[in-house]
Design a protein around this ligand. Sequence first.
Ligand SMILES: *[C@@H]1O[C@H](CO)[C@@H](O)[C@H](O)[C@H]1NC(C)=O
Ligand SMILES: *[C@@H]1O[C@H](CO)[C@@H](O)[C@H](O)[C@H]1NC(C)=O
Ligand SMILES: *[C@@H]1O[C@H](CO)[C@@H](O)[C@H](O)[C@H]1NC(C)=O
Ligand SMILES: *[C@@H]1O[C@H](CO)[C@@H](O)[C@H](O)[C@H]1NC(C)=O
Ligand SMILES: [Mg+2]
Length: 258
Amino acid sequence: MWPVLFFLVTMVVISQGSALGLNGHQIHLLQPKSGSWGLHVPNVSCLSWRLGVETHNIIGWSTVPKECEGYVGHYMLGYQYRSDSKVVANQALLYAQSLDLAGDGKDVWIFDVDETTLSNLPYYAEHGFGAEPYNSTLFNAWVLEGKAFALPESLNLYEKLLSLGIKVVFITGRGESQRNVTTTNLKNVGYHTWEKLILKSSSYTGVTSLVYKSSERKKLEKKGYRIVGNMGDQWTDILGHHAGNRTFKLPDPMYYIS
Ligand SMILES: *[C@@H]1O[C@H](CO)[C@@H](O)[C@H](O)[C@H]1NC(C)=O
Ligand SMILES: *[C@@H]1O[C@H](CO)[C@@H](O)[C@H](O)[C@H]1NC(C)=O
Ligand SMILES: *[C@@H]1O[C@H](CO)[C@@H](O)[C@H](O)[C@H]1NC(C)=O
Ligand SMILES: *[C@@H]1O[C@H](CO)[C@@H](O)[C@H](O)[C@H]1NC(C)=O
Ligand SMILES: [Mg+2]
């Protein structure tokens, strides 16, 4: 049994080495530690794609590559998405706890809504996890149901920020017409209070999220608020001007908003 296994393992390592062009002696091939027997990493190209998305090297994409639909689905529904979100929320909390706050009620934390405080995973699970082209009619119908659930890691962070005396401001790409349902949905899942809920007014029609969110943050600072932290699932939530003293990017391999 063991000699046979050793032989098989050796063969696989050698053949992987050749495939990587490593049969010279320049690189000592390490045995990858993930995957069954540490020999096979499934869907490595989808993992690379997701890393490219999360690092903002891949931008302006419209749908998840078709061959990565299953990969993204497993990522979102499995423990990895939650674990990755937990790391972000934990870092945000450590940072918030380290702040020397003035205590004058002007310190605010900005949260995005979709895929940040609320999760639309039930919708995306039925629509290819972002592999299907975005359909605004269907998505808005889902939003109007008001059944999005809370991202547990964000809700936990929200509670802790409030207890530190930091006020919460939501800035969302949802339109003004969705104020009521968004308010109800947020309250139903545990976000019981906030300083402001800023929705995209019609004056921003055709304006990118990056520009809209930056200009709303500028208005907040003009009113005397200090944006100590800012968290979103899109890079356009946290890039641009008046981004806040620190920004935190939650994972989202399902869609890209410019
Ligand atoms: C991995 O990728 C292949 C295509 O490259 C796909 O057929 C398969 O369903 C994927 N597996 C998972 C778990 O997503
Ligand atoms: C969106 O979905 C609706 C309902 O299924 C469909 O009638 C419509 O054609 C879709 N729109 C696009 C742009 O695909
Ligand atoms: C807001 O929603 C609540 C229930 O969710 C409803 O009772 C109320 O009439 C709505 N208000 C507006 C202005 O649509
Ligand atoms: C936070 O950001 C503001 C605005 O950019 C800046 O004036 C302030 O010095 C920053 N505070 C800290 C503690 O870095
Ligand atoms: Mg979002």
